[in-house]
Design a protein around this ligand. Structure first.
Ligand SMILES: Nc1ncnc2c1ncn2[C@@H]1O[C@H](COP(=O)(O)OP(=O)(O)OP(=O)(O)O)[C@@H](O)[C@H]1O
Ligand SMILES: [Mg+2]
Length: 495
């Protein structure tokens, strides 16, 4: 250790070394701070001068003109406070400017009088360039993120949302500023929140990915409370900003809806093809069978004439006649199903047909069932066979009665409907245009999807043996189709 008193740099060879080799630019200025007295080589180098050239230079030559006033102020502060630090711009000899970090210090004599200005200058171009580059890169990121139609969300390791892009609003209904700082779980349905927390915790602990980070389908939660199907891909960063995760979330509602529609129309097509095949088969048999029955009933007719009541064989022959008649009604129904009936269409009022049937029904189906009519007075006319229409109404009503053994309500409603292209495209066999709608609703036990898929098939019945033939709805189906209409069922168990 030296116990020498402090010596001025010029007179101390050690200090002279420090002055000459310092990486910082060092400048000594006059008492009034206006004139350069000495600079070290680093200072001269960063300004593009030689050390000698800078001696006695006016300090103002180092600063762009618009900064002169503030530099004078900074110097005032340094005089009163002893030192002052600031960032600014310096001029090189060639007139170009560069960013600097500056420390103003004063050198005082033993009486406290300021005798010199001492200035340290650091060229911060590199830092400045890096900041500009970072700002540019952030701007580029922002442009990309905001141009994306997918939501992009960055979270920290605690699942707090750090950054989102604009598309979050389109996908989740929240404005970006409403999400930053919130937990990511607010964009998930309740039941997924703990799954997410557990999965993230496990990943942070083990580093093992249990999900496919490239694309996974998940339900998101929209601001309005409904779920949004999203396809998510993840990225992660362990940069200087900490451990973060970025998710890109694509709204796949449209795709999902299209897939479901496709599945539905495939099912409709299959169903229609099945009904078509069964119809052809049933129709073929019924047609030939009917011819045989005609021969049979003719022969029975003559036999009965020869064996009147009271003669030995009469009862047997009458039994044959009965069975033949039942067989004929069965083939009629099959013919109806296969749309091979002889129809006598006329312009008729569906409302009138409903009223006539209702009168009949009130007597037929018992008092435990209330029949309610909701008929549109302005209903358009339809072209159909009135007897067949009443057959349809009766069959539907009898089914409803069977479905409501404990009583209930049977409702007939009519209205005019316009089928648009969208609706027609999702209902096979329906053409856009004006229609009359007849809805028959009961409050019975309803049916499960498996039953619902088969009710129009001939001989499909859930009734016990001998109680139903399963031809009721097959007949209805055939009549409606043959008359240019369509029929749909809405039912679930209990409704
Ligand atoms: N309103 C309804 N509520 C619940 N299930 C019904 C209803 N209508 C029809 N079904 C179901 O559809 C099946 C088929 O009906 P369909 O009218 O073709 O035959 P059925 O009534 O069983 O016999 P049939 O009408 O030949 O006497 C029924 O057995 C029943 O399971
Ligand atoms: Mg029936």
């Amino acid at each position: 250790m030296s116990d020498r008193p402090f010596e001025k740099p010029e007179s101390n060879p050690d200090w002279a070394e420090v002055f000459a080799h310092a990486a910082w630019g060092i400048r000594i200025g006059s008492t009034d701070g206006r004139t350069v007295e000495a600079v070290n080589p680093a200072f001269a180098r960063m300004h593009g001068y030689s050390v000698d050239e800078m001696r006695q230079m006016p300090v103002e030559a180092l600063y762009p003109p618009e900064l002169h006033a503030s530099i004078a102020q900074y110097w005032q502060r340094a005089r009163s406070e002893g030192h002052y630090d600031f960032e600014s711009w310096h001029l090189r000899k060639d007139g170009s400017r560069f960013p600097v970090f500056v420390q103003f210090t004063t050198i005082k004599d033993p009486t406290g009088q300021v005798v010199r200005q001492a200035v340290n200058v650091l060229d911060i171009s590199d830092r400045h360039d890096a900041e500009i580059a970072r700002a540019a890169s952030e701007e580029r990121y922002r442009v990309i993120a905001d141009a994306a139609s997918d939501a992009i969300i960055t979270i920290d390791a605690d699942s707090q949302i750090l950054v989102v892009n604009r598309a979050v609003e389109r996908v989740f209904g929240y404005r970006p500023e409403e999400l930053v700082g919130q937990p990511l779980t607010m964009l998930m349905p309740e039941y997924l929140r703990h799954v997410h927390r557990a999965a993230l915790g496990r990943y942070l602990e083990t580093g093992v990915r249990h999900l496919n980070w490239a694309a996974i389908e998940l339900p998101g939660l929209h601001r309005h409370g409904h779920e949004v199907p999203v396809e998510v891909s993840f990225g992660e960063s362990r940069g200087s900003g900490g451990h973060t995760f970025t998710a890109i979330l694509r709204d796949i509602s449209d795709r999902k809806a299209a897939e479901a529609a496709l599945r539905r129309s495939e099912q409709q097509l299959l169903q229609a093809q099945k009904m078509e095949a069964v119809g052809r088969l049933a129709g073929g048999i019924a047609h030939d069978f009917n011819n045989l029955l005609t021969v049979l009933s003719g022969a029975v007719h003559y036999l009965l004439a020869r064996h009147p009541e009271g003669t030995p064989d009469h009862a047997d022959i009458a039994a044959i006649k009965d069975a033949g008649e039942r067989a004929a009604s069965l083939t009629d129904q099959l013919l109806a199903f296969s749309r091979r009936q002889v129809l006598q269409p006329a312009e008729i009022s569906v409302n009138d047909a409903v009223r006539r049937t209702a009168t009949l029904l009130r007597r037929l189906i018992g008092e435990h069932i209330e029949v309610i009519l909701g008929l549109d007075d302005g209903l358009g006319a339809v072209k159909a066979d009135p007897t067949q229409l009443e057959q349809v109404l009766l069959n539907l009503a009898i089914n409803a009665r069977d479905a409501m053994p404990g009583g209930g309500t049977l409702r007939f409603e009519t209205s005019n409907v316009a089928v648009n292209g969208d609706y027609a495209s999702t209902h096979l066999g329906l053409e856009p245009g004006p229609y009359v709608m007849l809805a028959v609703t009961d409050t019975g036990h309803g049916m499960d999807p498996v039953t619902k898929a088969q009710i129009f098939e001939p001989f499909f019945t859930t009734n016990e043996e001998g109680k139903g033939t399963g031809l009721g709805l097959a007949t209805v189906y055939g009549i409606v189709k043959q008359s240019g209409g369509s029929i749909y069922v809405y039912s679930e168990p209990g409704h």
